[in-house]
Write a protein that binds this ligand. Structure first.
Ligand SMILES: [Zn+2]
Length: 345
């Protein structure tokens, strides 16, 4: 179980299923719905395998945006049950093979409006429906993610708890360090903990550098297990979330984010830093692929199934050859000497 696993060691999450599937050509940018799970199940299953072999301890059912509101946008609300059931079944098959856990998935509904009580009932109904279908293949716990309203997060939590399941609730923060319904970060997480959330945390929108300072405040504010699942796209203090990035004066989101991608070393450094901060569930979100997750696992001292293919650059005929290494050393040395001589002038 997830809580026992967290008790023993940090838990490594997976990467961003939807963005990786979009990159591979199987999710449409725009709606970002996961109909691929019924149209090309083998593609989804393979990506679960890729994350499992990269060392993920948990794989998330590919059910992000598999709710009525989003499926209606693409005229597939009739496939709601099949998509949710299949998403969990595919994750379950891979998890069994690798001895890891399956997280069911709930996310922001685009239905919830804090001022309109009827939307609260409707949000709950949609969450209940997804949970019921995803439970057909038994999840180990549920992650409700990318939620920006505390009110909506509390409804997701109630729905998960009503089903008798362990709940991980992660909120998303763009510019502000409060929820869209105006609750300060610390207060929001305290309320989620008080309402019974087993794991709380932050996911999506921000890169590790922009997310970890918020996670440090969360760490201070509440006891218990904490999660971070940042995006693997560089952000900055003036543009702290990835949808705000620009390229040649135009928005880079979502089709021109490639130059912003974090390297595997940067994601590995994040994993180590998160562990040092007392974060127990260390995962990733949009943009993070299997190579990031393997680097994170190895930085945490683990050897994972695909470590058998991890870099051994000394075996490369050019960059790994002794002559190349000597030449590089000499170049650096002569550059340093040149620098010193210029300094003397
Ligand atoms: Zn994301």
């Amino acid at each position: 179980m997830i809580l026992d696993k967290l008790e023993r060691d940090v838990v490594l999450g997976d990467g961003g299923m939807i963005f990786e599937l979009e990159r591979r050509g199987y999710v449409r940018a725009g709606p970002y719905t996961p109909e691929v799970v019924i149209q090309h199940p083998q593609v989804v299953k393979q990506l679960h395998v890729d994350f499992a072999r990269a060392g993920a301890d948990v794989i998330q059912a590919c059910a992000y945006y598999a709710h009525e509101e989003k499926l209606r946008d693409i005229g597939m609300e009739g496939a709601l049950e099949e998509i949710n059931r299949t998403a969990t079944r595919l994750a379950r098959q891979v998890a069994e093979e690798y001895g890891i856990l399956v997280a069911g998935n709930l996310c922001n509904t685009w239905v919830y409006d804090p001022g309109d009580l009827s939307t609260h009932t409707e949000t709950r109904r949609q969450f209940d429906e997804q949970i019921r279908y995803q439970e057909s293949d038994r999840t180990d716990f549920f992650i409700a993610e990318t939620i920006e309203y505390l009110g909506e997060a509390l409804i997701a939590l109630e729905a998960i708890k009503a089903a008798g399941r362990t709940a991980m609730i992660t909120l998303g923060f763009k510019y502000q360090d409060k929820t869209l319904d105006g609750v300060a970060l610390e207060e929001a997480f305290k309320r989620l903990k008080d309402a019974g959330a087993d794991i709380v945390g932050i996911n999506c929108f921000r890169d590790p550098e922009m997310m970890l300072p918020l996670a440090a405040r969360l760490r201070q504010a509440v006891p218990g297990y904490i999660a971070t699942q940042p995006v693997a796209y560089h952000c900055s203090p003036d543009r702290p979330y990835f949808q705000a990035q620009e390229i040649h004066g135009d928005p880079a989101f979502p089709l021109e984010l490639d130059p912003f991608m974090l390297t595997r070393r940067e994601m590995a450094a994040y994993a180590v830093q998160a562990k040092e901060m007392g974060i127990q569930y260390i995962g990733a979100c949009c943009g993070a692929g299997p190579h990031h997750i393997r680097a994170m696992a190895e930085a945490l001292g683990r050897t994972v199934p695909n470590s058998r293919y991890s870099p051994r650059l000394e075996l490369h005929p050019i960059i790994g050859s002794p002559a190349h290494i000597r030449e590089k050393d000499q170049r650096i040395l002569s550059e340093q000497r040149g620098g010193r001589q210029r300094d003397k002038k």
